[in-house]
Design a protein around this ligand. Sequence first.
Ligand SMILES: Cc1cc2nc3c(=O)[nH]c(=O)nc-3n(C[C@H](O)[C@H](O)[C@H](O)COP(=O)(O)OP(=O)(O)OC[C@H]3O[C@@H](n4cnc5c(N)ncnc54)[C@H](O)[C@@H]3O)c2cc1C
Length: 455
Amino acid sequence: MARVFWFRRDLRLQDNVALNAAIDGAIADGDKKVCGLYAVNLKKFEALSGARQWSLHASLDSLGASMDRKLVIQHGEVPNSVSQTALAAGAKFVHATRAFDPDGIADQNAVGLELKKHDIFLQLDDSYYAVAPGTVRKPDGTPYRVYTPFFNNWFKAGWSAPVKLHKGFEWFEPIQCQGKPVPTKEAPFPIKAGEAYALRTWERFKQRALFNYDELRNRADLSGTSHLSHALAFGEIHPRTLLAELSDSDGHNVYRKEIAWREFYADVLLHNPDTTNEYYEPRFKSMRYDSGKTAEKKFEAWKTGNTGFPMVDAGMRQLLTTGWVHNRVRMIVASFLVKDLHLEWQLGAQWFEENLTDFDPASNAHGWQWTAGCGTDASPYYRIFNPIMQGYKFDPDGNFVRKFVPELAHIEGKDVHEPWLWVDGLANGYPAPIVDHSIEREESLKRLEEIKVKN
Ligand SMILES: Cc1cc2nc3c(=O)[nH]c(=O)nc-3n(C[C@H](O)[C@H](O)[C@H](O)COP(=O)(O)OP(=O)(O)OC[C@H]3O[C@@H](n4cnc5c(N)ncnc54)[C@H](O)[C@@H]3O)c2cc1C
């Protein structure tokens, strides 16, 4: 009997445990046929930004090519698409990778219920992580709220070796493919994606920067990180594949720790499913945040990269022109939105969700909450990034700023971080700072004190 494999955020063939389970099942059943399905809800697809629409398009194109163009794509409500395909295939089993985020769980529950009506079983295996969220617990059985002890126990839990695609089956299309969803918006830049591209990116990163990742990963002006976040978010590569090649050198250890942040946030979200939008530390909900016309104007300046703070603006323009932002810069722009402009983190997280091609519900929400101070940051003090000093430190020659802010291209070296100090600094239309950082820093601390008193 044929099996259906429902591709989700695991758009790859290698190191795909759940896909291998479908193949093994089809072989055991005797007819060796597997239908690979991707189900897309067009309404949700059309609501995505151009960058995100085209990046899914590129991922599906690559996946289809690796399956001899036998990927079946169905448009409509996901449970309906999966059950119609399973019925057409005469399958009694649909296989998929188990999701642990709120939307993923809701989807798999709805699909499971729909299939049950037709006596078809949804078999969920593995996860998008090396260690499935929910596995690592404190000795008393409760989940971790702090990263470092989580990391230590995550590392102890360990993971299995990557697996190759099982052989001895054939793809088949029991139902007509409705084609890749057609993007309704322009891509602001050329987008490459897919499993083969992810594996090439990993190979290049190993040659280029992995060995001194510990030293260079924070430099915004250098290509010192792997740029694998999109591939990990969409499962074009599994973290097992990366972890299996790491030794215990300094660079490799720090890279493993970054992979573990992704796993930590997935675990935190599993145990706190409302934190994609709600405060992880509830007392921050009662903090004073700005709203109204002036706040809206400031938000607009932040979104478009026109705050007058070069490092913040370069980051926000990096987002709009590449769909990706360096991790250090994500922290700088997020801190600025919350602690200098006094806006709620959810506004920034929503803008990131719309524009990041590596959008991940757990890493985005908790990256924001960590920076806003209402998340899992274990630091005893309230971090407020100085957007100017961060520029001097992590873009020491000013190359990152000049690359994304052409109005500042005429200023040489690190001087680009304070253009207002130079006679011709703002000559090309770059704005003066919209706020005074030292005043807003004090204001932010004052608002923090208010909630400490209240709570
Ligand atoms: C405000 C904010 C929002 C963020 N939103 C997202 C998001 O939507 N999607 C996303 O994948 N990452 C997000 N991150 C985490 C991080 O910025 C990106 O994963 C990283 O910049 C991706 O670049 P890279 O692949 O070159 O990372 P590398 O430095 O090469 O790291 C390797 C991988 O480890 C993981 N990783 C690294 N740092 C972190 C981190 N701090 N938190 C979680 N995972 C991490 C990523 O999967 C990354 O691809 C966010 C961080 C912040 C501060």
